[in-house]
Unconditional design. Structure first.
Length: 145
């Protein structure tokens, strides 16, 4: 009979081993039969795991309720990073198409020329641009800034 003791307030586990010997026949192997007695240790572990799993939705909902703003912020940052990566991939693919890159450069130069003519040549239009930038800043940041 083998007896094993476990620490940490666990119960004693007793294992009974029965060995059948056949000494008369040469070459016959011995059979070993084990019988374990049920212990409360496995039941305690099972109860703890079931308790944790049953309370998991409550833990998750309280975690999300407590950290909702940081989680949303991290999600938006990740979504922004993924969208920038996708945009760069699309632009790299478009640059490989003949005549698309030069057309985009012409569109960019045309828009830059129009912007300079519309907003930067005269003092009144520069003031108008500054007013629009301040309005946009108030919408994004807030009126107290």
């Amino acid at each position: 009979m083998t007896q094993a003791n476990f620490s940490d307030d666990t119960q004693t586990m007793t294992e009974v081993v029965t060995v059948d010997l056949v000494p008369d026949e040469a070459g016959v192997m011995t059979t070993v039969t084990t019988t374990e007695t049920p212990t409360g240790q496995f039941q305690d572990i099972k109860d703890q795991v079931l308790t944790i799993l049953s309370e998991l939705p409550a833990y998750a909902s309280s975690f999300f309720a407590e950290y909702q703003k940081p989680l949303v912020t991290v999600g938006l940052i990740l979504a922004g990073g993924v969208s920038i990566k996708v945009m760069l991939g699309v632009l790299a693919a478009l640059n490989d198409v003949p005549l698309v890159a030069p057309v985009f450069e012409l569109i960019g130069m045309g828009y830059t020329g129009w912007f300079v003519y519309r907003y930067l040549l005269k003092a009144s239009t520069r003031q108008e641009l500054l007013t629009e930038v301040d309005s946009l800043k108030e919408q994004v940041v807030g009126k107290d800034s």
